[in-house]
Design a protein around this ligand. Sequence first.
Ligand code: HEC
Length: 153
Amino acid sequence: MRRTAIAVTLAAASGVVLAAASQPAPSRSVWDGVYTAAQAERGAFVYGRYCQRCHGADLSGPGAMGGGLPGQSPAPALVGGEFNYRWHELSVADLVQRIRVSMPPGNPAALSRPDSTDVLAYMLDRGGFPAGEHELPIGLPELSTIAFLAARP
Ligand code: HEC
């Protein structure tokens, strides 16, 4: 009984990152207007406070602080071809999870879940993906139904 509970707890903990990748196939994509302009505006504020110093004012790579920590690789662009192809055909849930577990480095808990969703909306806006009438949802199951596609299908 006890062992089962521990196994379940471990599975839940290690599944945090993988869970998003194993969700059902996405039914829509970042080209379908999956965030609002107001949400992106809130995200711009979060970005300016927590991300810009490393990822740059225009999200195109090393900002004033470069990689941030000594010996760390420079922060990559969060918009554009290379970034888009790295995330191509993954889901928006995978991307937001990447932010939630690792950004900003050393202190990912600094961002609330709404903040990390808003900052993703800002990244989509700057990346040239269209805004729409509904905000990006906060829950991973809902986010996993939205595919990240490098090019308009
Ligand atoms: C101290 C510098 C620093 C800060 C602040 C920072 N990042 Fe990063 N970020 C990096 C570095 C370096 C990498 C690449 C290495 C790694 O993954 O740790 C990275 C990688 C990423 C990636 C993966 C990019 C890819 O091509 O797959 C995303 C997404 C990201 N950061 C988003 C953010 C967001 C959003 C914020 C603000 C909440 C943020 N980062 C704050 C330095 C930083």
